[in-house]
Design a protein around this ligand. Structure first.
Ligand code: EPU
Length: 441
């Protein structure tokens, strides 16, 4: 527990330097999906015997969740991407503060602990600041299943005599609410139907794990999910899906600076909207069953308009990295985020690097092509960090990125992966003067 805290503290005191301009070449292996992992790990609470999850990414969110499962009494062993969780000794310990505040996905502890113990106390989740991120649909789902939910001093208290299956229509298509309701419903009595459910691949991955644990779930990946409650769940072994957002980030980096970059360990159908958008810009992409070959060398990139939408639409998590690439296109592009209204904190940082862009309402308007220049910039959130890394690869001179605690929450071994592709990237401790400047800013 102490080690992961120290790791986190350390990355706050570091910066990532990128000497831009070098072409990318070679193969990058994509890690397991962060947004699946952060739900799969809490889901194991529901079992009564050990669950093994293989292929987990090396990111700080996973270490935080490992520590949280240990805090509630679980035996957790994590090595080389494989986590073995024995949930049997877990107790319904309240978690109103502390590590739950470090990540958004700690809200999955609500569904999982409510499902197993019929009660839970979880501090309101942290995570990236992307504008308002309510959890009213999660709560509506828990209440429909029979839980009493109250918010007391920043923590959510959930209690139920018994959970009973219900018909729940989500007013907003939400990944988190869909998964959380599934977690709470698998051990409820009777049948639950989630209508207007989200369809993201991560939802199918969680349903696959729960099914291997003995749950009865039909329709995951469509907008109606039907769950028949069971008496108990058991351990199993599960292999996580590849991270489509990490893959998309490397695809965008390759589109910006690549000669020939092979993205290995992907499910191309998870990235259809991204492949289509990059092709529209003039990028050549060859697909095979679990790889994508990005072929560079295009003289000119075309500007495009894009709108983020729920899956299978263009993912909001790749909107920020795309704005870096679009500085290279010849003309004006408009990027609209329909999911998060304020996911534009990266725009000011890109402007520092010489980008011509502005924000109007929910849209960023980007005028290209602009030659980016290295600068000192700060990642305000996880995908803003990815966007600045791509901009750094494209820029002339050295870019220094701080705010690495965000990047490290979601990208596994990013320097190693970029270095292997030929980028010049290194981490450095912040000097005392830089630390002081950061504290005052
Ligand atoms: N929403 C509500 N009420 C709710 C839940 C959501 O109004 O009860 C709204 C949100 O404010 C947002 C929209 O519905 O406008 C979609 O939110 P969703 O619940 O789908 O997002 P989430 O589950 O909180 C996950 C990912 C995000 C990703 C979104 C959208 C995790 C831990 N997070 O968040 O990932 O952007 O889905 O795909 O799975 C990231 O990886 O950088 C990241 C932020």
């Amino acid at each position: 527990m102490i080690i992961s805290y120290l790791l986190r503290k350390e990355t706050i005191m570091e910066k990532l330097n990128i000497a831009g301009g070098d072409p990318l070449n070679g193969t990058v292996h994509i890690s397991g999906a962060k947004n699946s992992a952060v739900a799969l790990i809490p889901a194991t609470i529901l079992a009564h015997s050990p669950v093994t999850i293989e292929g987990l990414p090396h990111i700080s969110d996973i270490l935080t969740l490992r520590d949280l499962l240990r805090e509630i009494g679980g035996n957790v062993h994590f090595e080389k991407g494989e986590m073995v969780i024995d949930p049997k000794p877990m107790i319904s310990m309240p978690l109103p503060n502390g590590k739950v505040k470090q990540l958004r996905a700690s809200y999955y502890l609500m569904g999982a602990m409510l499902g197993r113990f019929k009660k839970a106390v979880i501090g309101l989740p942290g995570g990236c600041h992307l504008g308002p991120r309510p959890i009213d649909q999660h709560i509506k789902g828990f209440e429909a299943l029979g839980a009493e939910v109250t918010n007391e001093q920043g923590a959510i208290y959930l209690r139920a005599e018994q959970l009973k299956g219900a018909r729940i229509y989500l007013d907003v298509v939400s990944v988190g609410a869909t998964i959380n309701i599934m977690l709470a419903a698998v051990l409820a009595k009777g049948k639950t139907v989630i209508e207007n459910a989200a369809k993201e691949p991560e939802i199918i991955d969680v349903a696959t794990l729960l099914t291997s644990m003995g749950a009865k779930i039909k329709g995951a990946g469509t907008d109606v999910i039907r769950i028949e409650g069971v008496e108990s769940l058991h351990g199993c072994r599960h292999s996580i899906i590849p991270d489509r957002i990490e893959a998309g980030t490397f695809m965008i980096a390759a589109a910006a600076m690549g000669q020939e970059v092979l993205i290995d360990n992907v499910i191309p159908t998870h990235l259809e909207s991204v492949i289509a958008k990059l092709r529209e810009m003039g990028i050549r992409i060859e697909e095979s069953s679990d790889q994508l070959l990005m072929v560079g060398g295009q003289k000119e990139l075309k500007p495009v308009d894009l709108k983020t939408l729920v899956y299978p639409g263009f993912p909001t998590d790749l909107q920020q990295p795309m704005t870096s690439l679009l500085t290279k296109a010849n003309g004006t592009s408009v990027v609209t985020d329909t999911i998060y209204s304020a996911r534009f904190k990266h725009i000011d940082e890109l402007r520092r690097m010489g980008a011509a862009m502005k924000v109007e309402g929910r849209s960023a308007i980007i005028t290209g092509s602009a030659a980016l220049q290295g600068a000192k910039v700060k990642a305000s959130d996880l995908r803003a960090g990815a966007c600045l890394v791509i901009a750094g690869l494209m820029a002339e001179g050295i870019t220094e990125i701080t705010g690495l605690e965000h990047l490290d929450r979601g990208y596994s071994q990013i320097e190693e992966k970029l270095s292997n592709l030929g980028a010049v990237v290194w981490r450095e401790k912040l000097t005392d003067q830089e630390l002081e400047q950061m504290q005052n800013s």
